[in-house]
Write a protein that binds this ligand. Sequence first.
Ligand code: DAH
Length: 339
Amino acid sequence: MSLSVQEVNEAKAKALAEIGAAESAAKVEELRIKYISRNGLVPEFMKFMKDVAPADKPAMGVALNALRTEITDALTSRKSELASSGARHGAFDFSLPGNWPRAGAMHPVSSVIEETARIFGQLGFTVADGPDIETEFNNFDALNTAAHHPSRDPADTFWLEDGRLLRTQTSAVQIRVMQSRKPPVRIINPGRCYRRDTIDATHAANFHQIEGLYVDYTPVSLADLKSTLAHFAREMMGPGVKVRFRPHFFPFTEPSVEVDFSCHMCKGAGCRVCKQSGWIEIAGAGMVDPRVYKKIGYDEDLHGYAFGMGVERIAMIKHGITDLRLLYTNDLRYLQQFA
Ligand code: DAH
């Protein structure tokens, strides 16, 4: 048996053509076994080397070397070609990371509203509704606000051309509810409010309040208001929260208070969120002024309390949000952490 350089080169051409035409990784593997495995064609050819005439050895050596390296290279490159074109043509790659659909979650403002409705719901309060566009009567007059009160100023309130306005407080809903229902009345009303405030870390021109109103024939006292709001604070912020009532003035309540919660972030020690005071103002409240009952035709002997809380304020101390604007830039990377 002998082997010529020409036969080697012909075998090489045939092998390279077969490899080039292989359409699957399995076929490439089959050809690898056929040509370069221990019993394959290339080692088989190598055995002839010892029988080659000394003069022909160099040429045969070159041909056999070329046979081995070219076939080996062709197998490797065909294999990777098939792998990448497979991916291009949509073959499923099980090693890729999963594509997880994101679960939706509630915005912190919405979840404070929902939680508040739950807490007051357990105390017998139902949720009332009112429009964002209000009459001057509901937003100011019926709430016993003086004709020249500065809050009516166009620099503070968004007025519409027809004399109506974007409500500056959810207190307007108190009027709607009392005009449409007989006592006892026990409602909360979450909603948007609008003021011409300069926007900064703690002020927005559009924000949310939750109004509360309880009016009854039986005595309702400031102590009831205090215990109700203290209960709410503990349910919302946890048992460690402290509640502080400061005397204040509102035209539609007498007496009136402002209500502070101890800062949830620093537990009252003072931090950036509470501006180092340890307290955050959350609500205005008080006993409904009989003048309000009179304006809307309720019996002036009724007893009731009302309160109005800032929703963003609650969300901020609950979550340690230092800038109210972060709630409204709709950056999911930020909001997601409260889900
Ligand atoms: N509406 C008031 C405000 O926006 C807050 C308020 C104070 C609401 C006293 C009340 C209340 O119901 O009784 O500043």
